[in-house]
Structures are given as structure tokens and as C-alpha cells.
Design a protein around this ligand. Sequence first.
Ligand SMILES: [Zn+2]
Length: 278
Amino acid sequence: MKTKSLGLLICLLSSCANLPSLNKTESCSFPMDNNYPGGLVNYYLKSNDSDLKNKLQMGNLKFTICRDEDFNANILAPIPLTYSKNKIEVILNNELIDSISIKSKFYRESRIQIQNKDLVNPPSSMKKRIEREYLRGLTAKNTLTSSNLKQTKMDIPVTGITSSEFGVKRFINGEPRNRHIGLDIAANEGEPIRAPLDGKVILIGNFFYKGNVVYLDHGNGLVSSYSHMSKEAVVINQSLIAGEVLGYVGSTGRVTGPHLHWEVYFLGIPINPEIFIK
Ligand SMILES: [Zn+2]
């Protein structure tokens, strides 16, 4: 690991200018090489400008900055699944300083049959409930608490088999539906689900689609959710450390069998949970 004095020396040699950094320090450690829709741009700048957030543009993407003691700014920008351009222009002080290539990514189609018509097209009596739950989820996934989040290496929350990946284009009974914005892990009913990273419980609910669900805030705009649980094992505002049980696998909500539906959001944008797994 670099020492502060080495960092200062590097800084003096480069006059602390806003130069793109080739070195990755160990103090901000986030997934790399996921520049595709549903992934995360991880871009380094050598800059000690405390107002960098207001002087920088990453195309039209939202971003956060992780700072380390060596004056590096680690810029993290989630890429929506709907992103259609093949690059992101990095603009600093109204000047184009770099262009980041965005790869295309293949997402497969999934076609499932659900017999219970009420779950496919919910009865109108459920509309208000579904809307309320949507808004609660929307608020939770957009939670932005400033924290000292320096790394996002996660353990898989439950032992099981991946039954549906993130980003899948879904069809239910032949009709196109929303993209699958989580990772499904099929496991036995009652299997414990563990917090993959330290976090705080910000929402617990019994939702029409998600069933028994828990949302965790990991800080700096990183939020995760756990759906279809048989029951939760936490209370609201509880702080969890990685590895603690937050609930148990179940088949509540709109499901075809017991599994965990795991979502990860960065700045409110769903991204592929797999990129965080150690
Ligand atoms: Zn799912």
C-alpha cells in the first residue's frame, strides 16, 4: 500500500493537476472493467479539487466520488440497462478530457408461465397497494447517505443455484415485461440469507410482487434488497455487519418457487449484483 509521503511526492511531481491517474491505490477498491449497460464505470482522476463533483461530467450519468489519502478521485458511475451510447465523454471544467468506451452486453430472454392470473395482471383492488409499495421501494433504492464506503466486495447472500441472471428480458405468458433487475438464487425454503456487506435496514415490507422484502443501505448511494423471503430476521434501522442473517429464503410474492431475488442499486440505478461478488 502507498504511504502518505509517497502519495505527496507523486502529487508534487504532477503538481496535483487534474491528470488521469494510471495508479490504483488500495484505499478505494471498487469493481473494475464493467463498462456495459447494467454495469459500473470506475474511473480514476488525480485531483485534489474539493469541488470536483461540480466541475466534472460523466456524460449524462450520475456519479459518486471516493477519495483516498493520495489525492486520487475514484469516480463511480452506474450505467442504466437502457443506456444505448457506445461511449461516455468525461468533461472537466467544460473541457473534454477523456472518452470511455461502453461495451454492449448480451442479455438473454426468459419466458415463464404463471397460472395465477391475479399475479400476472393484478386485480384493480390491488393497484393502490402496488403503487404505495412501488413508492416505498423507489425512496429506499434512492437512499443516499454519506459514508466512508471504500470497498464493495460482497459474499453471495445465500448458498444456492443462479436461476435467473440480472438483465434478462422477461416474458410472462408470452407478454413482454420489465427487465429482470436482480439476480435470482434458487435455494431451499428457510435457508438463511446473509448481509453481503455491512449495512443498515432501511425498509421492511410485505409487498405484492416482492413478498417479504428487506432493503439495506450500504452508504454512498449503494443499496441492496432481498425479496420473496419466508420471513425477515431484522428490525428497521438495525445495523448489520457482513455475514449476519437478515432473513430466510421463501416463496412469498410473485414467484414460481423458493428463491432469493437480490437487487443492488447504485444511486437508484439497478446494476448487476454479480460484479460485487468477491
Ligand atoms: Zn428475480
